[in-house]
Design a protein around this ligand. Structure first.
Ligand SMILES: [Zn+2]
Length: 113
């Protein structure tokens, strides 16, 4: 019984440490909405929770498993296409040559550029 008690204390300590580590690394809030801007104008909003493909002719925006990314970009540098998928509030993919900005917002549209 003595050992069990000590192990319980150790377990609680480990859990407390883990909880604080998770808390430190979890400030990012999962996004709910993808905002798409062209020339600084909001042209559409997409729900991140449902898979979709949005064809803009000059590039395609894919929403898959709550993440958004760019494919088939017609710009020369392909920076937007090579940007890792975004999913957390505040993250963005920017296509400089085509003046397109994809930005993740939460439930409320507070992400104004
Ligand atoms: Zn691009």
């Amino acid at each position: 019984m003595k050992y069990k008690t000590r192990n319980d204390i150790i377990l609680v300590c480990i859990l407390a440490v883990l909880a604080s580590i998770i808390f430190l690394f979890l400030p990012k809030e999962k996004g709910e909405t993808l905002l798409i801007y062209k020339d600084g104008i909001l042209i559409t909003t997409l729900n991140l929770n449902s898979d979709a493909k949005y064809d803009m002719e000059i590039l395609e925006v894919i929403i898959e498993n709550g993440k958004a990314y760019v494919t088939n970009a017609a710009c020369p540098d392909k920076v937007c296409e090579n940007t890792a998928p975004i999913k957390n509030k505040g993250e963005s993919i920017i296509c400089v040559p085509q003046k397109i900005v994809l930005k993740i917002a939460g439930n409320e549209f507070d992400a104004v550029i």
